[in-house]
Write a protein that binds this ligand. Structure first.
Ligand SMILES: [Cu+2]
Length: 136
């Protein structure tokens, strides 16, 4: 009697198990996906409490090539890549101990708040294209 019932219902039982496995897999997938989303959000640049100064990186120039930042004011410089057709791949400054690889359209560099008054040089990494940052 018992074996008869099992024989009759086992295809449904297998189907039920398969559905449970698929749903569990789907939940796992969704959970991992949302974790990824969260990581992307936390990686977003924090701009809220900073003064933002934008320097456009063009074919072989910086616009403007000279900027001023205020002493003691939290500042980020956005080296904004205007075109992919530029030889400038990074921004380098020995004065500022700075290396910014131009990976995205917006590339932020946080200016050290304790920088002394003065003018600091930066270049394209090949000493071809120059710019300056003055702290005043
Ligand atoms: Cu260069």
């Amino acid at each position: 009697m018992m074996t008869k019932i099992i024989t009759k219902w086992w295809p449904l039982l297998v189907l039920g198990l398969a559905v449970i496995v698929v749903i569990t897999g789907l939940l796992f997938y969704l959970k991992n996906t949302s974790v990824l989303d969260k990581q992307q959000v936390t990686q977003k640049e924090d701009l809220a409490n900073y003064e933002i100064v934008t320097i456009k990186v063009e074919n072989d120039s910086f616009t403007p090539a000279h900027i001023e930042v205020k002493e003691g004011v939290p500042t980020k410089i956005n080296f904004k890549k205007m075109t992919n057709l530029t030889h400038i791949r990074s921004i380098v400054s020995q004065d500022l101990d700075m290396f910014v690889y131009l990976e995205n359209e917006d590339n932020y560099f946080t200016v050290d708040e304790t920088l002394k008054l003065g003018t600091y040089n930066f270049n394209c990494g090949m000493y071809m294209t120059y710019g300056t940052i003055t702290v005043k």
